[in-house]
Design a protein around this ligand. Sequence first.
Ligand SMILES: N[C@@H](CCC(=O)N[C@@H](CS)C(=O)NCC(=O)O)C(=O)O
Length: 235
Amino acid sequence: MKNITLHYAPDNASLIIRIILEELQLPYTAVLVDRSKDEQNSQSYLALNPAGLIPVCIIDGEAITETAAIAMTIGERSASSLVLSPDHPQRAQFLRWLFFVANTIHSDLRQVFYANKYVGDNAAAQVEFRQCARERLAGNLTILETQYKTAATGYLFGDDPCVIDIYLALCLRWLQLYPSAERGTFTLTAYPSISKMFAVLQRRPAVIKACASEGITGHVFTNADFVNPEFGSAI
Ligand SMILES: N[C@@H](CCC(=O)N[C@@H](CS)C(=O)NCC(=O)O)C(=O)O
């Protein structure tokens, strides 16, 4: 990978990829997608990602979308421990939990954050829909908490963090903050093993550097605070 460009917005799913790039010390160019101008739906951005979602990562001229796919691609191409290789005995379990975070947890989150996109403009319907999504999330996070409880090192696989640990940390960071009118509705209290992992993860230099470059400081996973300056948000 000679040339990497990350299209990002502060505290968006692109931050998962930025942390991975920093962990691997890969050089990259970050290009801001200004959500206050709805740039994710501009013609030029839709040409990269027709779904109008952030992130897009261009690797050696190829546009890649979907956070988990980008994470897998970068991790595999750099033969890093962030991704378990196809011959690793725990590869199937690794894929299982990566998909769980990507297509269950992250999807549940989108339902909490963007209820209007699922049920339309009816405010009462949105409240009910968000409540259902939050209840489903609580159940799914309990399943993950059980996995982390049995993880010997605190990380899901082995001594070092993998892309799943990072992905989950960002998901639960956002859930602590957004929608901002509901800040505080979600806490990590019910998930002590996950929370313990986050406390270690957030001290890693790559995490601190990636977050700081988007204006995010402090205990970024265990005691999330908004982007400062107030420039960008996950939703
Ligand atoms: N399935 C996508 C979801 C990405 C996603 O939800 N991105 C959010 C920002 S964190 C976004 O682009 N939101 C704008 C929108 O939904 O219009 C992925 O994994 O990359």
